[in-house]
Design a protein around this ligand. Structure first.
Ligand code: FAQ
Length: 337
């Protein structure tokens, strides 16, 4: 029989008013928790708690927005790439990022939000996207540094998401991570060529780009664990597998070694190997800058958003044409049936 149980949605509600839950819903919740504990993947057709759905939708849509806004800083350099080879690589990379956005919007759509709704939230300034894409690309070296550092950080963060408990997101991430690995390698290669075969001016350009992108890259991993409101619940649900701080540390450890091969210095006087921890110590991150950028007041927030809105408006005729074509196909199929 369908009875009302007196259980309250305790912590999971994250600020929502407590709700009474039915025995049936409790049983579904227990089954869901057991599946999460057993490390099973959850599919779109499975029952899932409302807050799990909301958390995933928040993270996946933010991730999708980051991919498509992330096309802009590097896209600025497609017409100015120094050689045909670099131009072809950059075109392919920027196109890949658009593809990542599409896989991720598709994964998010399985959670009950339409792509139009998600884009409306982005264009209206309500949805977040990664802080890193609000910084300018001032020289060609920035393109290599984005590949090497930003894609490097993205991979560090995204490989664990291939094991995210929500299967449609995990599946999208497998392909994305393979492509991101290529992106990181091409960035490293581009910098290595400039550092080893370039002029002094080109080497200085690389160093200047590293200096500007280092700290914003460390911010990509999100606030420190003890100031991350979503981490505990996301880790419990197997959405996040490794914490913000742990991933940041893994990235620093890897990046220092790559910087040594490149022959660039990282702009942190406190960066040094800690024998006891078996990790590199690094200096304090300016979290006030991070929150300012996330809050909409970074160097390029307005420019990025207006570029996205313009692209959406300029593309209206393509959407209209596709809809008209689909309607005509449907009508033709109906007449032939
Ligand atoms: N920027 O409680 P937490 C890429 C927000 S893709 C802006 O720790 P959570 C590929 C966070 O949303 C890069 N906002 O949050 C590429 C939350 O606000 P909310 C994107 C940030 O979700 C390369 C609040 O702060 N990658 O680079 C940022 O547990 C090159 C509190 O934070 C992903 O999205 C930030 N950096 O952990 C493309 C990966 N950090 O929503 C082109 C998937 C935090 O409560 C060129 N996402 N916030 O209002 C994740 O792994 C997680 O969502 C984190 C944040 C780790 C980003």
């Amino acid at each position: 029989m369908y009875t009302q149980a007196m259980d309250l949605m305790a912590k999971e509600g994250q600020g929502e008013a407590p709700q009474l839950r039915s025995a049936e819903e409790l049983a579904l919740q227990q089954r869901f928790d057991a599946r999460i504990d057993a490390g099973e993947f959850i599919e779109a057709k499975d029952w899932l708690p409302e807050n799990y759905r909301k958390t995933l939708l928040r993270q996946i849509s933010q991730h999708a927005h980051s991919e498509i806004v992330g096309m802009l800083p590097e896209g600025n350099w497609i017409t100015r790439a120094p050689t045909l080879k670099r131009k072809a690589i950059l075109l392919a990379k920027v196109q890949d990022e658009g593809g990542h956005g599409l896989y991720l919007y598709a994964a998010a759509e399985t959670l009950g939000s339409s792509r139009d709704q998600m884009l409306e939230a982005l264009h209206g300034g309500k949805a977040k996207y990664s802080s890193i894409f609000n910084y300018p690309t001032l020289s060609w070296a920035d393109v290599g540094v984005i590949g090497c550092l930003v894609d490097g950080a993205a991979i560090m963060n995204q490989v664990p998401i291939c094991r995210c408990s929500y299967a449609p997101y995990a599946r999208a991430m497998v392909r994305i991570c393979r492509e991101e690995s290529f992106h990181q390698r091409q960035g490293f290669d581009s910098l290595l060529v400039m550092m080893q075969q370039g002029t002094r001016a080109q080497q200085d350009m690389v160093q200047d780009a590293v200096n500007r992108w280092w700290w914003p890259t460390l911010m990509m991993f999100g606030p420190p664990d003890d100031q991350s409101p979503n981490s505990a619940q996301s880790m419990r649900w197997g959405i996040k597998r490794i914490s913000n701080d742990e991933l940041r540390q893994k990235f620093v450890d890897a990046a220092v070694e790559q910087a040594k091969v490149l022959g660039v210095s990282l702009p942190d006087p406190e960066l040094r190997w800690n024998e006891a921890r078996q990790h590199y110590d690094f200096g304090a991150i300016d979290w006030s800058e991070f929150w300012r950028v996330v809050g909409g007041d970074g160097p390029c927030n307005r420019e990025r958003l207006s570029a996205r809105v313009k692209a959406w408006e300029d593309g209206a005729w393509v959407r209209d044409a596709a809809l008209a074509h689909a309607a005509r196909q449907t009508e033709r199929a109906r007449l032939q049936a």
